[in-house]
Design a protein around this ligand. Structure first.
Ligand SMILES: *[C@@H]1O[C@H](CO)[C@@H](O)[C@H](O)[C@H]1NC(C)=O
Ligand SMILES: *[C@@H]1O[C@H](CO)[C@@H](O)[C@H](O)[C@H]1NC(C)=O
Ligand SMILES: *[C@@H]1O[C@H](CO)[C@@H](O)[C@H](O)[C@H]1NC(C)=O
Ligand SMILES: *[C@@H]1O[C@H](CO)[C@@H](O)[C@H](O)[C@H]1NC(C)=O
Ligand SMILES: *[C@@H]1O[C@H](CO)[C@@H](O)[C@H](O)[C@H]1NC(C)=O
Length: 509
């Protein structure tokens, strides 16, 4: 595996039985979810380590049928629905999990795909953690297989157990969000989300139904987490829950949120790009001037609420997602990857899971049938205007009422630690004054470690971590620990602060 593949080398890989040899590649549609891609197209800006790729259909073989659970939920056939959603063991896969579709909008036949992994340790008490990938249009299957799920897919489709998956201490709910992303789909153009209200409404419907189906988990603590463009989804759904909880009978036990490399306030980030990219040496003086001018114009459009103009300008400048030529950033840096400043292209091994998800026996097991695995391009298209809008007011409300963890990888370019700091400095929440004065602390996993893991700053229920070395999402072990830190803080009375909690190193025994 490539060195960049996120600790895959340092993890002691407990090999599971190999899967049957995959069919000849030549027969297969191209699917490079996060790997090298033949073209620079089909990228999206804020995926956080991706989750985008080419459209894929299943390979030869019987992929089974899609499982729609809403009819079982609505008729109270909950036990039957749960049993049907159980993912059966298949070669290389031996683990209890549940998956299927929840219908969130009948008018447009919009369906959300989920894959739920009850915690390995004390599932009856473990927090339920929703994971949302960025994009827009990035599948959470990326988070599951590349970042923190129980298995890592290798090139020949063999599965390896990840040493520190989040599924050990948390019941993880991976959801392809919004509809049109990954395995989630809608039958109508009006089914696609055009703003965060649409995103939140659909996701909320999925969550309410999920907790009806899996009612044993309803009273457990619930956290919403995600990275990059999910920096918008997470506050959106958390705020939606916050508003609806007092007025509905079905409550969701929201305790907090965690955001990685979070793109929640575009304006403050865009303003920070020119000098940041110059300081890390990706732009020279002259290019910086051009970038500055473009970013100024973009911010002007944002102030005037000319969302489409702002999006188009940013797309030409940085992303090139919806234009037919390389972006300015790609032209002047020669790089297609902006998720780690030490890697110019995306690591190949981040794309293996896409091929895995096209295997018929896998599709059969996870109840997606022949449903096309969407590349997210349509989702991005419909959310165009949304990409430059801020969710700062919602996040403010969440920071005032719940636990919030915001973490960054120090090598990310697109939502760099310093850019997040800009966004946070621009926030006005109950802890802002203290936050602006609070010093950061050096964070080591163990006190005796020579290595510094990162930096931590805490104000009340708010915790900010920036992590050294790798981009956050490649570094599953540390990322796991950060999440663990966050929730541990709440679970264990003796752990009052982030700083204390970081000295607890998780052991898989
Ligand atoms: C997984 O395999 C072990 C033996 O290796 C077995 O005891 C266990 O029941 C299996 N679990 C599932 C979910 O199939
Ligand atoms: C279905 O989606 C449309 C368009 O987003 C929305 O207007 C309508 O309220 C949705 N229906 C439900 C039941 O959520
Ligand atoms: C698949 O690759 C892994 C290393 O990535 C290796 O350990 C394993 O033996 C290979 N399995 C097969 C069937 O080739
Ligand atoms: C990038 O370079 C190509 C080839 O020279 C050019 O066609 C394109 O317009 C450039 N992109 C931008 C956004 O300037
Ligand atoms: C999936 O299978 C059904 C019949 O089982 C067929 O009608 C449909 O066209 C297929 N869809 C795709 C995307 O292949």
């Amino acid at each position: 595996m490539a060195k960049s593949g996120g600790r895959s080398e340092s993890t002691s890989l407990r090999t599971l039985p190999a899967l049957p040899a995959p069919p000849d590649d030549a027969l297969l549609p191209p699917l490079f979810i996060c790997g090298f891609r033949p073209s620079r197209r089909l990228r999206t800006l804020f995926s956080g380590c991706r989750g985008k790729g080419h459209v894929s259909s299943p390979r030869k073989g019987d992929p089974g049928q899609r499982l729609f659970l809403t009819p079982y939920i609505e008729t109270g056939k909950l036990e039957e629905g749960r049993q049907l959603s159980l993912v059966p063991p298949f070669p290389g896969w031996n683990l209890t999990s549940y998956s299927g579709y929840i219908t969130v909008n009948k008018t447009y036949n919009s369906n959300i795909f989920f894959w739920f992994f009850p915690a390995k340790i004390e599932p009856q008490n473990a927090p339920v953690v929703l994971w949302l990938q960025g994009g827009p249009g990035g599948s959470s299957m990326f988070g599951l297989f590349v970042e923190h799920g129980p298995y890592i897919v290798s090139k020949n489709m063999t599965l390896f157990a990840r040493d520190f998956p989040w599924t050990i201490t948390f019941s993880m709910l991976y959801v392809d969000n919004p509809v049109g992303t990954g395995f989630s789909f809608t039958d109508h153009v009006h089914g696609y989300a055009i703003d965060e209200d649409d995103v939140a409404r659909n996701l909320y419907s999925a969550l309410i139904q999920f907790f009806e189906l899996f009612s044993d988990y309803r009273d457990n603590d619930f956290y919403v987490t995600g990275e990059s463009y999910a920096g918008k989804y997470v506050p959106a759904i958390a705020h939606y829950i916050h508003i609806l909880n007092p007025v509905t009978t079905m409550k969701i036990n929201l305790k907090g949120v965690a955001l990685g490399d979070a793109y929640f306030d575009p304006k403050s980030i865009i303003e920070g790009y020119p000098s940041f990219l110059f300081q890390i040496g990706l732009l020279d003086e002259q290019e910086k001037k051009y970038f500055q001018k473009q970013c100024n114009d973009c911010v002007k459009f944002i102030r005037q609420e000319k969302w489409l103009q702002a999006f188009e300008l940013l797309d030409r400048l940085l992303d090139g997602g919806l234009i037919s030529e390389p972006s300015y950033f790609q032209n002047v840096t020669g790089c297609s990857n902006y998720y780690n400043l030490l890697l110019c292209t995306e690591p190949e091994d981040q794309g293996y899971y896409g091929k895995f998800l096209s295997l018929p026996h896998v599709r059969q097991a996870i109840h997606v049938g022949n449903q096309t695995f969407s590349d997210g391009a349509k989702v991005e298209k419909y959310l165009r205007e949304d990409t430059v809008k801020s969710v700062k007011p919602w996040l403010t409300e969440i920071m005032n009422n719940y636990k919030v963890l915001i973490y960054n990888g120090q090598l990310d370019v697109i939502v760099a630690a310093s850019l997040t700091e800009r966004s946070l400095m621009a926030m006005d929440w109950k802890g802002s004054q203290k936050y602006k004065k609070a010093g950061k602390k050096v964070w080591k996993i163990l006190k005796s470690d020579p290595e510094v893991a990162g930096y931590v700053r805490q104000v009340g229920n708010f915790c900010q971590i920036s992590q050294l070395l790798f981009m956050i999402c490649f570094d599953v072990i540390t990322a796991f620990e950060m999440q663990d830190v966050f929730v541990l803080t709440s679970l264990n009375q003796q752990l009052h602060t982030c700083q204390d909690a970081t000295f607890i190193k998780f052991s898989s025994e």
